[in-house]
Design a protein around this ligand. Structure first.
Ligand code: ADP
Ligand code: MG
Ligand code: MG
Length: 935
């Protein structure tokens, strides 16, 4: 009893699986990593999973917090778990007659494809191999496994984990690969599978000598040493360069850590009835509901993914130009294929998602080695969500959660202009691994891609195949093109995850990375820097730079999916637009109003000359009568501008913000311009300069701007408001339904607003009389962008029928960070993790968010039906939109192109937060920084 009690107090670091009795579950990813949790789940589903155990991510955290040591209980727990495995498998680890071999596999919470290490065939040495040969009567397979172990172990454990950084081309992996090639050459064979048992036996000796020579240490023969060496190497790989770089890009926290899975080996390299493969339950590139995958006979582990051989298609449906001559699993092993088909259906039903699976066939028997939710691109994500809804596999709510905002963004990405594509010169083709179109200058290394992209160039990264070391270059490139590899190769996987245009396996292009050139089948030779264009949806490579167009309008799935989102969301989505053209575009994207119309935009850009001149005249006017004269001249321009937008937005609300920037921004610097203005005002240049210079401010962001201008010069507000009311009145007479909302910026105290409110009421009355209308529909409100305003929102609400959070300024004034100068230190702040993210991109819930919460609460206290919205940049950020939903805002307003993303984010927030135990969840989540989207 006593012993048992003690045992239950001991912290559990190791979880077993096998025989359908796993200790873990799919929802234990935080502790067991994705791979471990799903292996356990598959085991519980009674699928054929080789027995094993998972060492938790907590051990990884412990390892790094305690000078790279383990908790003292670990060794014993591992020994016990290993015993269980031995019992299930009827073999013993390290036994010379009946040896158990294991794989040691990494596995973080979120899959990091190929970023971390795995070692196969652990437990094999010169002694145990003899037992295995006797048992299997297959010496070739045993030697092959041993030479793979030495190769992997030397690379992963003895070199990488030991922190050795070899020169280019001199890594132990490359050195041993060269020995393998030498051997193949010597024996006159093309594939390593053609090497005989004796060849491999000879190679093992060569390998061992090379390892000792290069790394200064012998390859360890002791199975226990091998096991613990591999475990440590997996933990070390969490902090490997590639993994760290990947985490930065994917925003995965460093403290998560990886789990380690130790699993009994099954062998795909025992001959022609053995095989290894990877598959997707649906096509990850298009979303089409067909089982999709690749396999290789007589192979082990990563052979399929590594792009060493062109893999075979899993079924007849998966045949393409590159692999049509190769036998499918469906034909070669029909029974195994049928079983696999059944398993993948079962898994999909269980997980309610498209999955990515890894399997191995040992002498005709199928084993499942991994399953996880499959990465897919945007178009596929949308299609899968809609299909699964139709198949009644998932609900509406689940469907909406299946597409991330970033994936939806991909659908908004360009494709090659079909007209231009017709006439373009085709120079190669491969597999369509990442959709859309992209053009760029070709570069042949990840390093060049990064450097060129930093210089502002658009590049396409061209490689024979990519590996995890290329990750930064792949990120920097517009698109990726590889000569080898299949749809499940590293390049394809990563590109798909990012929604990047990508073509793999373009075998008709001869890519020479050393010479930095690419030979096309028609004889064209392309050198570094030349332009090409990829059609990643079809897998075609074109010469030169082709024009791109947007794809959204033609995508029926997109429209259907958006409707689904609209049926679930609570937030309205408005847009920020200052011109009738922008407004029209936003309406097409589904905007339900304008949340921010900046009056000042009519003074910039095309057609702004005349109004700008008049504005300037007004600005440097000295007396009210001078100013009124200038304003009267300006009036028709403002009215026309307002009317144009109200007309496009007929039936929907438009929020007009009165003049916001400090006036000096509009004063011309050019002497000629100044002369002209002076003349029109009947003053001399000296006087003009004096007036202009007197507008100078030391800190204009907090200077004479926004409502302050309206207080100093009420006639400026008056002119704008009159223009808005008259435009509205005219449209009413034209039988339109305009709905203006007048918004006062930069308010900090209610008396400011009261002043403007009374003025607006007066003008409203005057315009009503002029147009013989009883009333002109409108709202009067303010921006909340100064902390004082947020904190006194109850008083401000007395004069405001709506609030719109100006979160750009609010963030600036809450953090004390200048919006315009943050570039000088923000990157460093992010790098050093002083800040978890840029607060100008994502609302900081703890501060800015708290001010918003207070403002909402106080505003509602005074005015129950106060309308609440947001018009800062944050209105297009999914995480911030979620926060707005939690606060119960009426709408978010964002730039026209973000509108679809906002519609999705709003729907997802509604699904996540309006379900059961609403209150508790809201409280908990509302404050936390990181909300992760399902990818
Ligand atoms: P990754 O996370 O990079 O996919 P894995 O841990 O999945 O790494 O290992 C890579 C491959 O090694 C697997 O796809 C599988 O083919 C092979 N492998 C791993 N464990 C075993 C095992 N116990 N038996 C046979 N093959 C294995
Ligand atoms: Mg894997
Ligand atoms: Mg502002």
């Amino acid at each position: 009893m006593g012993k048992k009690e003690k045992k239950s107090k001991e912290k559990k670091y190791v979880y077993s699986f096998g025989n359908g009795q796993a200790e873990g579950r799919a929802d234990m990813k935080e502790l067991l990593g994705g791979k471990g949790a799903n292996l356990a789940e598959m085991d519980l589903l009674k699928l054929p999973v080789p027995a094993g155990f998972t060492i938790t991510t907590e051990v990884c955290t412990y390892y790094y917090e305690n000078n790279k040591t383990y908790p003292k209980e670990l060794k014993k727990q591992v020994d016990e778990a290993l015993k269980k495995v031995e019992k299930i498998m009827g073999r013993k680890f390290g036994d010379k007659d009946n040896p158990l071999l294991v794989s040691v596999r990494s596995g973080a919470r979120i899959s990091m494809p190929g970023m971390m290490e795995t070692v196969l065939n652990v437990g094999l040495n010169d002694e145990t191999r003899e037992g295995l040969i006797k048992q299997t009567k297959n010496p070739r397979f045993v030697y092959d496994s041993q030479r793979r172990l030495i190769q992997m172990y030397a690379d992963v454990v003895m070199e990488k984990a030991a922190g050795i950084e070899p020169e280019e081309g001199k890594s132990i992996r490359q050195i041993l690969e060269k020995e393998l090639e030498k051997m193949m050459h010597k024996k006159g064979v093309k594939h390593e599978t053609e090497l005989s048992a004796d060849d491999l036996k000879e190679l093992i000796v060569i390998y061992k000598n090379k390892v000792k020579e290069v790394l200064g240490k012998p390859f360890p023969e002791d199975p226990q040493e091998q096991l613990w060496g591999a475990i440590a190497a997996v933990f070390e790989s969490w902090n490997g360069k590639r993994a760290v770089s990947y985490r930065r890009i994917e925003k995965i926290p460093d403290w998560w850590g990886t789990a380690v899975n130790v699993q009994s080996m099954v062998f795909g390299n025992m001959g022609e009835t053995s095989a290894t493969g990877v598959a997707f339950t649906r096509n990850p590139a298009t979303g089409e509901n067909v089982f999709y995958g690749e396999w290789l006979p007589n192979a082990q582990g990563e052979d399929v993914v590594a792009g060493i051989r062109t893999p075979n298609p899993i079924n007849e449906a998966g045949k393409n130009e590159q692999n049509k001559h190769l036998p499918s699993l469906e034909k070669a092993m029909p029974n195994v294929y049928k079983e696999l088909l059944k398993i993948q259906k079962k898994l999909e039903k269980h997980y309610k998602d498209m999955l990515d699976i890894e399997f191995t066939i040992q002498e005709g028997k199928l084993y499942m080695l991994q399953c996880r939710v499959g990465k897919r691109n945007g178009p596929a994500a949308v299609r899968i969500a809609l299909d699964m809804l139709k198949e009644k596999l998932i609900t509406k709510e689940e469907a909406v959660l299946k597409v991330s905002p970033a994936q939806l963004d991909e659908l908004l990405h360009p494709i090659i202009d079909p007209q231009a594509e017709k006439n373009a010169k085709k120079i190669g083709s491969g597999l369509p691994a990442g959709p859309g179109g992209a053009s760029g200058q070709i570069v042949f290394s990840s390093k060049d891609a990064v450097e060129w992209a930093n210089q502002g160039k658009k590049v396409i990264l061209v490689r024979e195949e990519t590996n995890p070391e290329d990750i930064d270059g792949m990120r920097a490139a517009q698109a990726i093109l590889t000569g080898r590899g299949g749809m499940t190769s590293h390049a394809a996987l990563v590109a798909r995850g990012w929604g990047k245009c990508c073509i793999v396996g373009a075998s008709n292009l001869l890519i020479d990375v050393e010479k930095k050139q690419m030979n096309c089948s028609d004889g064209t030779i392309l050198k570094e820097g030349e332009w090409i264009t990829l059609n990643g949806s079809k897998g075609i490579v074109y010469l030169g730079q082709l024009p791109m167009i947007k794809a959204t309008e033609e995508n029926k799935d997109f429209i259907k999916f958006m409707k689904l989102c609209d049926s679930l969301r609570k937030l309205k989505i408005r847009t920020n637009a200052d011109t009738p053209e922008d407004a029209k575009k936003a309406r097409e994207f589904g905007a339900e109003g304008i949340g921010l119309f900046r009056t000042e935009h009519m003074f910039y850009g095309e057609g702004s000359e005349k109004p700008l001149f008049l504005l300037r005249k007004m600005i440097v006017s000295k007396t009210e009568s001078e100013r009124r004269a200038a304003l009267d001249e300006l009036f028709p321009y403002v009215k026309e501008d307002v009317k144009g937008t109200l007309k496009v937005m007929d039936g929907l609300p438009v929020t007009f913000r009165t003049l916001d920037p400090p006036l000096h921004e509009f004063v011309p610097q050019n002497p000629d311009e100044r002369k002209k203005l002076a003349k029109s005002l009947n003053i001399d240049l000296d006087e003009f300069n004096r007036r202009a210079d007197s507008l100078h401010e030391n800190n204009p962001m907090m200077g004479h701007r926004g409502v302050r201008l309206g207080i100093s010069y009420p006639e400026i507000t008056e002119m704008q408001v009159r223009a808005i009311f008259e435009a509205t009145a005219e449209l009413i007479k034209e039988n339109k339904k305009p709905f203006p909302e007048i918004m006062i910026p930069v308010t900090c105290i209610q008396t400011e607003l009261q002043h403007q409110y009374e003025l607006i009421q007066r003008v409203h009355k005057e315009v009503c009389e002029k147009f013989k209308l009883k009333e002109i529909p409108h709202l009067i409100g303010t921006m909340i962008e100064i902390p004082r305003a947020a904190l006194t929102a109850d008083k401000i609400a007395e004069y405001a029928q709506f609030f719109s959070f100006g979160t750009n300024d609010l963030t600036q004034m809450t953090f004390g960070f200048s919006r315009d100068d943050i570039g000088s230190f923000l990157p460093e702040y992010l790098e050093k993790k002083i800040l978890p993210y840029d607060p100008f991109q994502q609302i900081d819930r703890d501060s800015v968010g708290e001010l918003m919460r207070i403002a909402c609460e106080k505003g509602r206290k005074t005015r129950k039906d106060i309308k609440l919205g947001i018009c800062g940049e944050h209105g297009g950020d999914p995480n911030s939109i979620e926060f707005c939903h939690i606060l119960g805002l009426n709408y978010v307003s964002c730039s026209p192109f973000r509108v679809p993303i906002a519609r999705l984010a709003a729907a997802q927030a509604a699904v996540r937060f309006d379900k059961k135990n609403k209150k508790e969840k809201t409280k908990k989540k509302a404050k936390s920084y990181n909300v992760h989207y399902i990818v």
